[in-house]
Design a protein around this ligand. Structure first.
Ligand code: PRP
Ligand code: ZN
Length: 287
C-alpha cells in the first residue's frame, strides 16, 4: 500500500517562496529540491511539493493537481477559482494600491474616470471601478507594471506595494490603498477523508508555530512577598512556574507572555519589584 500524501503548491521563487519554505521548516518539514525544478520532496511530513508561479497556484488547486497551496490572498481573489481559504499565514504582508506619478496631483477616486490604468490585477481593479461607478481603460501587464506611467503607457497603476521601494524608484506615489493582503493557505473544496486528516495535522503544526511567534518565554527573580502581584501580571498558560532561589526571601518565576502585552507588562513587573528579567523566543507552543 502506498502512503497517502498531500500535494502542496508553493511559489517557485520570490518572497512568498522564502516565507513558505521557512514556515514549513518551522513545522519540522524540510524541502529538498533534488535538482527537479517542478517537484520537491519534503522530509518530516507526507507531503509532495510543487514549485509553481504564484499566479498559477489557484488554477492548480482548483483542478486538483495540488490539494493545497500557499499564496497571496491578492492572487486568490484575482483568479477567483474554486479554492477555499483555510488560514492566514502572516507573512508576505502587502497592499494593493493605486499609484500615480509623483508630480501629479490626485483629485480623489473620481479623477480616475476615463484614465489609463496599468495593472496585473485586472479583475480586482474592475470590481473596484464598478463599486465606485467609474470607468477606466485597464491595461493588463504581467510584470514591471511600475514602468508603465514613465513610458507614457498609463496614467496610473494598480499594483502590489510592500516596502514601497519599487514605487519610489519609478517616480510614483501611492494615493489609494484598495486592499490588504498576506500569504494564505488554500485547499480544494472536497479532499478525501485521509487527506483531510493530513491537512488537519499540518494545520496543527502551523498553529503551534504561529502561537509561538506571538509569545515569549519570560524568566525573572521576584521577592517572595510580591509573588501574588507578579503572578497576576504573568499568568502564563496555566500559572507561572515558581522555583526557590538560594537567596532567602527570593524566587525565580518562569512564564509565557504575549508579544503585544510585552512592554506594558515589563514596566509593571519592574514596578512590582521583579529583577533580572530575561525574555526568550519560543520555538513551538502546543496547548
Ligand atoms: C511585487 C509587486 C511590485 C513589488 C513591490 O512583486 O509586483 O513590483 O513587489 O514591492 P516593494 O513595495 O517592496 O518594492 P514581487 O517581487 O512580489 O513578485 P510578483 O508580483 O511578480 O509575483
Ligand atoms: Zn507573481
Amino acid at each position: 500500500m502506498t502512503e497517502e500524501r498531500l500535494t502542496l503548491a508553493i511559489q517557485k521563487s520570490g518572497r512568498l517562496s522564502e516565507g513558505s519554505i521557512d514556515l514549513l521548516k518551522q513545522c519540522g518539514i524540510k524541502v529538498t529540491n533534488g535538482g527537479n525544478h517542478l517537484k520537491a520532496a519534503a522530509d518530516g511530513f507526507p507531503l509532495e511539493i510543487l514549485l509553481l508561479r504564484d499566479d498559477d497556484i489557484p488554477q492548480y488547486v482548483a483542478d486538483g493537481v495540488a490539494d493545497i497551496g500557499m499564496l497571496g490572498l491578492n492572487e486568490v481573489l484575482e483568479k477567483n477559482k474554486s479554492v477555499e481559504v483555510i488560514k492566514n499565514l502572516g507573512f508576505s504582508r502587502c497592499r494593493l494600491s493605486m499609484a500615480i506619478p509623483r508630480e501629479s496631483n490626485y483629485g480623489g477616486r473620481e479623477s480616475l474616470q476615463g484614465k489609463r490604468i496599468a495593472t496585473s490585477y485586472p479583475a480586482i481593479l474592475e470590481s473596484f471601478l464598478k463599486e465606485n461607478n467609474l470607468s477606466a481603460e485597464i491595461h493588463t501587464l504581467t510584470g514591471s507594471v511600475e514602468i508603465a506611467p514613465g513610458i507614457g503607457m498609463a496614467d496610473a497603476i494598480f499594483e502590489i506595494v510592500s516596502s514601497g521601494g519599487t514605487l519610489i524608484s519609478n517616480g510614483l506615489k501611492e494615493v489609494e490603498v484598495i486592499m490588504q493582503s498576506e500569504a494564505v493557505l488554500v485547499a480544494r473544496p472536497s479532499l478525501s477523508e485521509s487527506k483531510q486528516r493530513l491537512l488537519e495535522s499540518l494545520l496543527f503544526r502551523i498553529e503551534s508555530v504561529q502561537k509561538a511567534r506571538k509569545n515569549k518565554y519570560i524568566l525573572l527573580n521576584a521577592p517572595k512577598a510580591k509573588l501574588p502581584e507578579i503572578t497576576a501580571l504573568i499568568p502564563g498558560m496555566k500559572s507561572p512556574t515558581i522555583l526557590p532561589l538560594a537567596m532567602e526571601g527570593w524566587c525565580s518565576m518562569h512564564s509565557v507572555i504575549s508579544e503585544t502585552d510585552f512592554w506594558s507588562v515589563i514596566d509593571r513587573l519592574k514596578a512590582a519589584g521583579a529583577e533580572g528579567i530575561l525574555v526568550i523566543p519560543i520555538e513551538k507552543m502546543v496547548m
